[in-house]
Design a protein. Structure first.
Length: 362
């Protein structure tokens, strides 16, 4: 059986490669991709903003159907029985279990996390990324069965956007009565708004795209701030002060990927507040920052990189339990077929859509 992979030959250019779909090793499996989303990471890479990844496979946020199970695989990582034909979600990274962070109980910081995702499609078993017809799930990856009540559209966002922000919010210990400003109303920001709302927080979402801000209201935002009508940092800080009754926010979560958002977000915080940083994923870029401002105000910064695998199961449970409260099915606002991946990436970079999804051929 042959499968196709979309390969970035250089930033902004895409080609397709075809390979034989291999048999899985014991403990692994082969999934056929149903849909794979365009995440901010792909946009950064596509636009040439990543200093290391200049070519190769793209895609990491997906839902698939099991086509072949490796020897010994009878359940998912939560012990739920599985079989060929079941839908699954999987981490795109691995927990090697042997490196220093894994041994210290920090598998989300695994030193070997991209052992497979970062490989070239030419390397056997080829199907490392998810802008492809198939996905090779290695034994070191965490995967879970998708509940029947959860749609493909909702499940597709779980293995990056939702699990990532879920982990970041849990790290912060945000709770009932706290306030949070979420910088960015893309896929991560909307998922974060819903989870923070369910934790009992007062949610403020800031963005410059009116369409996104309207969506934020549907995902639990109590207040929205339109940056386009507040052109200066001082204007936006004043707006946050007004909404937080003059004290500043307890938490700020940065999920824009815009460097300037980090120091600006610091100014939204109250004395003793916490910045949850996860949007700035492009190494080597810098921005002016006054560390004495943070010291004098007693601010804390939490950096949430990836997530421990079980958060993917937490996301599945959240989607099942909250399916009627939040419009997760509408989080992906435009579908593209595999032949139009370039257009999906360009539209995502131009921010003319909330979140693009690539629907693979059946």
């Amino acid at each position: 059986m042959k499968g196709q992979i979309a390969v970035m030959t250089e930033p902004g250019k895409l080609a397709f490669q075809e390979y034989t779909v291999p048999d899985p090793v014991p403990g692994g499996l082969i999934a056929r991709i149903i849909r794979s989303n365009v995440c901010g990471t792909e946009v950064h890479i596509w636009c040439g903003h990543h200093p290391a990844k200049r070519s190769g496979g793209l895609g990491h946020e997906a839902v698939g159907i099991i086509e072949r199970l490796g020897a010994g695989v009878t359940t998912d990582c939560a012990g739920q029985p599985i079989k060929e034909g079941d839908r699954i979600v999987s981490t795109y990274f691995i927990h090697c279990r042997t490196c220093e962070p894994c041994q210290r109980g920090q598998p989300h910081l695994c030193e070997n996390c991209y052992r497979y995702w970062g490989r070239k499609p030419e390397d056997d078993p080829h199907f490392h990324a998810t802008f492809a017809t198939h996905w090779y799930i290695h034994p070191e990856q965490v995967f879970y069965k998708v509940p029947d009540e959860v749609s493909d559209q909702a499940a597709a966002s779980a293995n990056c956007a939702q699990s990532q922000v879920y982990f970041g919010l849990d790290m912060s210990h945000i709770t009932y009565g706290d306030s949070i400003v979420i910088q960015g109303a893309g896929g991560l920001g909307l998922n974060a708004a819903a989870i923070a709302h369910e934790k009992g927080a007062e949610v403020i979402v800031i963005d410059s795209v009116p369409m996104r801000l309207e969506e934020a209201k549907k995902f639990g935002a109590h207040h929205v701030i339109d940056m386009s009508g507040l052109p200066t940092v001082e204007d936006r800080v004043a707006a946050v002060q007004t909404l937080t009754r003059g004290k500043g926010a307890d938490y700020v979560m940065e999920v824009t990927g815009v460097l300037a958002a980090f120091p600006e977000g610091m100014q939204y915080l109250r004395f003793g507040g916490t910045m949850i940083s996860m949007g700035t994923v492009t190494p080597g870029k810098t921005v002016a920052y006054d560390p004495a401002y943070a010291v004098r105000r007693g601010l804390t910064t939490l950096c949430a990189l990836r997530y421990p695998g079980p958060y993917l199961k937490k996301s599945m449970d959240f989607l099942r339990e909250q399916k009627h409260k939040y419009p997760f099915d509408a989080l992906l606002d435009r579908d593209y077929d595999m032949q139009h991946i370039e257009q999906a990436l360009d539209d995502s970079a131009a921010r003319t859509i909330k979140r693009a999804s690539i629907v693979m051929p059946t």
